[in-house]
Design a protein around this ligand. Structure first.
Ligand SMILES: Cc1cc2nc3c(=O)[nH]c(=O)nc-3n(C[C@H](O)[C@H](O)[C@H](O)COP(=O)(O)OP(=O)(O)OC[C@H]3O[C@@H](n4cnc5c(N)ncnc54)[C@H](O)[C@@H]3O)c2cc1C
Length: 371
């Protein structure tokens, strides 16, 4: 089995697959041959693209009902992984959604859809983040159980576990093309470092997932890559325990980060798959909007970056076998919730690939199948 892509999706899947395979071999008393699992990452390092650029939030109020179910299941897995390794992967940081007068309706709708949210008045929101201007918080909602994820520790754990369970992980090797042999039911993959024969390819190439499909002559899933910009501004008087504040109208979000303030204009600019770079205009918009929403006077940016969030047309992840091409499995379209949903998604995908049952409460896996 060859996994293409060494972001959080590919790494988590390599670990879950190798461990599940090991358990299945053990159960069979060693009569079942172990599978060879190889992960190929084109960059010189893992998690260089979307995974390394997220803002690392776990919130049950983000995304579709499917993504929320995946997030709840992932939280349980992340808690257990942290406890097993002795390195906690989650740290509490509430999320506060804010609405000005014009957007109270949107906030009410979010409250109705999200059991994890509690309504809050302006004073309560400003107790959590005193810099918020009163007129920005005509109505607010708080998710007290939201958390920050230690993304670096997470993908390091997945790498260690994958390697310990026998998977081979390789960097600086890119998939270029491949041909499927129907009679032998196997792929011959051509990479920039030679050929590889495998029975199954898993497409975990993030923003390049449609490009990877095209290289193997598999029809695309219609994924769209949307650029998102983040900057860290120098700021006085920011409390390290402040929440992540999100404008319900989707114009900005901010939270403390290493003594400064992480800000984003919540932009969604269509982009080809590429090494995304922050545009100065998008950084200025983020600073202006956060200054307008708070009493802070941000004017200096310490660092900035941009990353791509990859969406299927229905904005749900795509996980499952390709409906037409044998030996081709999708694990893509993780959108803006790939960190917080991957732990459960990787278990689901591993079980599907190895023919085992795996249930996630509140999720019908059919909703994620490629069409
Ligand atoms: C600014 C920003 C903020 C975000 N905030 C959050 C958040 O708070 N919470 C959350 O849950 N999610 C968040 N996300 C989303 C999350 O980061 C992504 O959903 C997730 O990282 C996607 O992981 P991935 O492994 O699918 O993609 P990637 O991390 O991009 O990995 C794909 C890999 O495939 C490799 N590849 C591509 N083509 C080839 C090839 N031909 N051969 C070999 N390798 C190849 C690439 O080099 C890349 O490393 C955010 C994203 C951004 C950009």
């Amino acid at each position: 089995m060859a996994i293409i892509g060494g972001g959080v999706a590919g790494l988590a899947l390599a670990a879950e697959l190798a461990e599940l395979d090991g358990r299945m071999v053990e159960r069979s008393g060693g009569t079942r041959p172990e599978r060879r699992i190889v992960l190929l990452e084109r960059e010189n390092q893992y998690a260089y693209h979307s995974t390394g650029r997220s803002i690392a939030t776990l919130s049950e109020t983000l995304g579709s009902p499917e993504q929320r179910a995946l997030t709840r299941a992932s939280r349980t897995i992340l808690d257990a992984l942290g406890a097993e390794s002795g390195t906690p992967l989650l740290r509490t940081r509430p999320v506060v959604w804010v609405a000005d007068e014009d957007n109270v309706g949107a906030l009410n709708a979010l409250l109705t859809a999200s059991p994890a949210l509690r309504a809050a008045d302006s004073a309560a929101a400003r107790t959590l983040c005193p810099a918020l201007r009163p007129e920005i918080t005509a109505r607010a909602a708080v998710e007290r159980t939201a958390q920050d994820v230690d993304v670096e520790a997470l993908h390091q754990q997945y790498r260690d576990r994958a390697a310990a369970a026998g998977a081979t992980l390789r960097t600086a090797i890119g998939l270029e093309s491949g041909t499927w042999d129907d009679a032998r039911a196997e792929w011959t993959l051509t990479t920039d470092r030679g050929e590889l024969v495998t029975q199954r390819v898993v497409n975990a190439a993030g923003p390049w997932a449609d490009a990877v499909a095209a290289r193997l002559e598999v029809p695309p899933a219609g994924l769209a890559n949307l650029r998102r910009t983040v900057a860290i501004a120098t700021a006085e008087g920011v409390g390290p325990a402040w929440p992540l504040v999100i404008d319900v109208a989707g114009r900005y979000y901010f939270r403390p980060e290493r003594g400064g303030l992480l800000v984003s204009p919540a932009d969604e600019t269509p982009s080809p798959p590429t090494d995304a770079v922050a545009a100065p205009q998008d950084i200025s918009v983020a600073i202006e909007r956060v200054n307008a929403a708070t009493s802070l006077r941000l004017d200096r940016v310490r660092t900035s970056w941009a990353g791509l969030r990859t969406f299927a047309p229905d904005r749900n992840p795509i996980v499952g076998p390709d409906p037409k091409q044998a030996g081709f499995f999708w694990f893509a379209g993780l959108g803006g919730t790939g960190i917080q949903t991957t732990p459960a998604l990787a278990r689901l995908a591993a079980a599907q690939l190895l023919g085992e049952a795996y249930e996630i409460p509140g999720l019908d896996p059919a909703a994620l199948l490629p069409r």
